[in-house]
Design a protein around this ligand. Structure first.
Ligand code: SF4
Length: 293
């Protein structure tokens, strides 16, 4: 049983083994929706053999347009003990993945630390997050996590509130990303091009909101050391029955070009996503027997 203040919601409620009454509604025991090699992250994370992706159920942000609503909003998943997850991490490692990715794992940070006491994969450990993190919780991961992969989603208070009931999103995520970069420094790559240490920021362009994208890229340029890579994502598709005005369509080629050109003009290193990934087909299978190695 725990009183939870692990994420910026700081609910201060009790989470016991099988239930939780906080914003995330997650219990203390880990709920996991998928554990499998995953090829669709950025090349320095997935390489050619994939990242060993652990998709944790639930989310502390719960964006209205989430592509993975079954796990982030509806907490689909199976209970895992640290010993069971350690066994899964060992199997993923034996399969030859390049990295291990903990995806939206914040509510389970203590359980993950217990897991890594049992088995620490000899691979870069990636913390894949919405960016909505507290500095206090990130400090628990200092020296444990090798690579941070945070989203940077919204610049304005209004969009943070509208999309995720988090008007403090930018203030919180910008402080969190600053802490991540402090911990990891600039990226280091292996001979195979895998990021072994560092922070890479993801930004998903939303329709009609290129001004937000440009303001966020400006923040990366102005506030962080030169050399922190940005992965610019164009695959937004309306998901999860999103009912926010304007978010009912993919972005246009013109919108993408405007943001991409701005990123190039700032000389930010990183990755630009191919158009072919703008499809709900890229949502992996969750919660089935074949979803777990
Ligand atoms: S992890 Fe869940 S219960 Fe804990 S503070 Fe965040 S939303 Fe609340």
């Amino acid at each position: 049983m725990m009183i939870c203040t692990l994420c910026p919601r700081r609910c201060g409620v009790t989470r016991d083994a099988h239930s939780g009454s906080g914003f995330c509604r997650l219990p203390e025991e880990m709920l996991i929706a998928r554990i499998a090699p995953h090829l669709w992250e950025e090349p320095p994370i997935s390489g050619t053999r994939g990242t060993g992706a652990v998709f944790f159920s639930g989310c502390t942000l719960r964006c209205a347009y989430c592509q993975n609503g079954d796990i982030s909003h509806r907490n689909m998943g199976r209970t895992f003990t640290p010993a069971q997850l350690a066994d899964s991490l060992r199997r993923l490692t034996d399969m030859g993945v390049h990295t291990i990715s903990f995806i939206t794992a914040t509510p389970y940070v203590h359980r993950i630390l217990e897991t890594l006491e049992l088995y620490r994969p000899p691979l870069p450990l990636v913390w894949n997050t919405s960016g909505y993190e507290t500095v206090e919780t990130l400090r628990l991961l200092d020296g444990v996590i090798d690579v941070y992969l945070p989203d940077l989603k919204h610049r304005s208070e209004a969009m943070g509130r509208l999309c995720a009931r988090a008007g403090d999103y930018f203030d919180t995520a910008s402080a969190a990303i600053t802490e991540m970069v402090r911990q990891t420094g600039l990226p280091v790559y292996s001979d195979e091009g895998i990021m072994t240490r560092g922070t890479m920021i993801r930004h998903l362009i939303l329709p009609g909101l290129t001004g937000e994208s440009i303001a966020l890229l400006d923040w990366v340029h102005d506030a962080l050391p030169q050399g922190v890579p940005v992965s610019l994502m164009r695959q937004y598709v309306p998901c999860n029955n999103v009912d926010i005005k304007g978010l009912n369509r993919p972005i246009t080629a013109r919108e993408y070009k405007r943001v991409r050109d701005h990123m190039i003009s700032l000389d930010l290193p990183g990755f630009l996503q191919e158009r072919t990934s703008a499809s709900a087909e890229y949502v992996p299978l969750f919660g089935q027997d074949e979803s777990f190695v």
